[in-house]
Design a protein around this ligand. Structure first.
Ligand code: SF4
Length: 353
């Protein structure tokens, strides 16, 4: 996927990811020799424009959280390019990254695990200020109160500890900490997955509100396609370490082009019981292959209900099939017209009620 094909808008995107790879080595034997690699992220490219929310969806284990962490350079990446505001950070060492950290932050999935239980809320929110600013004690406290106001936390609770808050409030603490240094870009890694359904919408509404107020840009990682439909401007679908479809939200949800996206969306329940009863659910066979040993050709070919012989040999290219709507699938490639019969491994009907 070239830079130009992925950039459907101007001006220059805030975040530009090109051919990002994050492979984790597998060691074995007494000498701990390297015998392979888990290809958690295997050639991912996309842009995120300023003020935009890009949803990143896929089943657990598809590499989406690793991708988010790699983009923020919480890992030393295997290869690829990560540009934030045109500044290449993919190859920087941790010392060079430190002054760049304030503009890119992360909201974690589990607020319980990501907050230090021995620190008060004021210390948790103020920690990035200690590390990256020279604010006086009074200025810091002012800023902490300002952040608590912004996320809807009562200032009077500044000296309480995380365990004294509910899950939703703890996530607000995590969001306040992420905002402390005025970031431009935030990776939200399953920010509502650990919360009760009743408060998930509150946290999502808060994230949207903060985006409007502070001009934030989000990468919103989630397996919850309904929530992503609500919050994202565009959506990237990941399977086995790769983005297989990327499109504006309405185009993706209205007319998905990749068989994997079609299967994922067919599993989202429809609130109207009448419509739900008439829908066809695509049931995928088999397990997701190991990212240490992905299949030849299309990485979805072992489970795809529409796989053709060519799919087992040739890796499909990402193509722009509608304006701003990209998919990697031979079904949409004129050179591999889908006239071939389904392969033996996939010749059973895959659609059920
Ligand atoms: Fe299915 Fe082939 Fe398309 Fe892959 S390239 S998604 S196997 S039809």
């Amino acid at each position: 996927m070239s830079e130009t094909t992925m950039s459907d808008q101007s001006p220059r995107p805030l975040v530009e990811i090109r051919d990002l790879r994050m492979h984790f080595p597998i060691h074995a034997g007494v000498l701990r020799r390297r015998v392979g690699a888990v290809r958690a992220v295997d050639g991912v490219s996309f842009d995120i424009h300023e003020g935009e929310t890009l949803g990143l969806v896929g089943e657990s284990g598809c590499g989406k959280s690793t991708c988010g962490r790699a983009i923020l350079r919480l890992y030393d990446i295997t290869s690829g390019s990560i540009r934030i505001e045109g500044d290449e950070i993919g190859t920087l060492g941790q010392d060079a990254l430190r002054p760049r950290r304030p503009r890119m932050q992360m909201v974690f999935q589990d607020p319980q695990a990501s907050l230090n239980p021995r620190m008060t809320v004021a210390r948790i929110i103020g920690e990035p200020l200690d590390e990256h600013t020279t604010l006086s004690r009074a200025e810091k406290l002012d800023r902490i109160y300002e952040l608590m106001d912004a996320v809807g936390l009562n200032r009077n609770f500044a000296n309480r500890y995380p365990h004294q808050f509910s899950g939703g409030q703890r996530q607000r603490i995590g969001i306040a900490r992420a905002l402390a240094l005025n970031p431009k870009f935030i990776v939200c890694d399953e920010p509502i997955a650990a919360l009760d359904v009743s408060i998930q919408a509150q946290v999502v509404n808060l994230l949207e509100d903060l985006q409007d107020r502070f001009g934030l840009t989000y990468l919103f990682i989630s397996h919850d396609l309904s929530m992503v439909r609500h919050i994202a401007d565009r959506v990237a679908v990941m399977y086995l370490g790769r983005v297989v479809e990327l499109a504006p939200r309405d185009s993706l949800y209205g007319a998905p082009l990749h068989p994997y996206t079609q299967a994922l969306l067919s599993a989202v329940p429809e609130p109207d019981p009448g419509l739900e009863a008439s829908r066809r659910h695509i049931i995928l066979k088999g397990d997701v292959p190991s990212p240490a040993n992905p299949p030849e050709g299309c990485n979805f070919c072992t489970r795809c209900p529409q796989a053709m012989p060519v799919c087992h040999r040739i890796d499909p290219e990402m193509r722009e099939l509608r304006p701003g709507h990209f998919a990697a699938c031979h079904l949409h490639d004129p050179d591999h017209a889908p006239t071939a019969e389904p392969t033996a491994a996939n010749d059973q009907p895959q659609q059920g009620e």
